[in-house]
Ligand binder design. Structure first.
Ligand SMILES: NC(=O)c1ccc[n+]([C@@H]2O[C@H](COP(=O)([O-])OP(=O)(O)OC[C@H]3O[C@@H](n4cnc5c(N)ncnc54)[C@H](O)[C@@H]3O)[C@@H](O)[C@H]2O)c1
Length: 257
């Protein structure tokens, strides 16, 4: 059976862990040659090796998406070693902690830099290549935190709101170049990123914080990295050919209440 990303080159940022790793593996299983981009070299390498061991095509690319030079070099390397990028999953992101009263300026700057500027830099690099090569699909990583207020996540909520707005702006600007841009807003997914938040919510008890969080989800469980990866695959592939600028929640009904 043909894969839904056959012949495509896909860049997955934050591909060394969590949702990004699941997406990189799934994109490869659907026929893409995958550039696993991560700030942590060993993490990117581990995902790339998982793909290679399964018979897929992958390279590990170490880059900090906040650094313009890193991003430029990373996309040049992808173009040289795999070919023109057709899919970009802007998945890399960091959390913040604290409310508007308790968070720090450093926390704000870091969160906005990785989640917003990183998405901007990678999108600009990919879009230039896509525009010259017949188009492509950019999938951004938002969060339910872009749609509803989440306690003690001020900078994170603001950064993901900016990603949603950037998605719509890019969708309008890039449609004429054959580039679609959509954003996923996942609910809580049990990954390393979320463990400190769950522990904090439970007053230091991760199990308690987990139970409190699950109670907010009508479906009765948290998401898995694979749940979100499958949505990313749909948006990356031609299955979503008439979608651009869409905000797609994958949150077990959390924001439906
Ligand atoms: N886990 C959740 O509950 C959840 C919910 C909604 C949205 N999200 C979003 O999904 C994305 C992935 O989250 P996850 O839970 O899989 O996180 P994770 O921490 O497991 O993985 C994030 C990856 O991004 C990489 N990364 C971080 N900063 C980077 C940088 N500057 N340059 C390059 N790589 C960098 C990390 O090294 C890591 O491998 C994030 O954007 C996050 O905000 C997560």
């Amino acid at each position: 059976m043909p894969g839904r990303l056959d012949g495509k080159v896909a860049v997955v940022t934050g591909g060394g862990s969590g949702i990004g790793r699941a997406a990189a593996v799934l994109f490869s299983a659907e026929g893409a040659a995958v550039a696993v981009l991560d700030r942590v070299a060993e993490a990117a390498q581990e995902t790339a090796e998982t793909i290679l061991a399964a018979g897929g095509q992958a390279i590990a690319v170490t880059a900090d998406i906040v650094a313009a030079d890193d991003v430029r070099a990373a996309f040049e390397r992808v173009d040289t070693e795999l070919g023109p990028v057709g899919v970009l999953y802007n998945n890399a992101g960091v959390n913040s902690s604290g409310s508007i009263l308790t968070s720090t300026e450093e926390d704000w700057d870091r969160c906005m830099a990785v989640n917003v500027k990183g998405t901007y830099l990678c999108s600009a690099a990919a879009a230039r290549s896509m525009a010259d090569n017949g188009g492509g699909s950019i999938v951004n990583q938002g969060s339910v935190a872009a749609l509803v207020g989440i306690a003690n996540f001020a900078a994170y909520c603001a950064s993901k709101g900016a990603v949603v707005a950037l998605t719509k702006s890019m969708a309008v600007d890039l449609a004429g170049s054959g580039i679609r841009v959509n954003v996923i807003c996942p609910g809580t997914v049990f990954t390393t990123l979320m463990r400190p938040m769950l522990a904090a919510r439970g007053g230091g008890d991760e199990e308690k914080g987990l139970a409190m969080t699950v109670a907010k989800y009508p479906i009765g469980r948290l998401g898995t990295p694979e749940d979100i990866a499958r949505v990313a695959l749909f948006l990356a592939s031609d299955d979503s050919a008439f979608m651009t600028g869409s905000v797609v929640t994958s949150d077990g009904g959390m924001t439906a209440q």
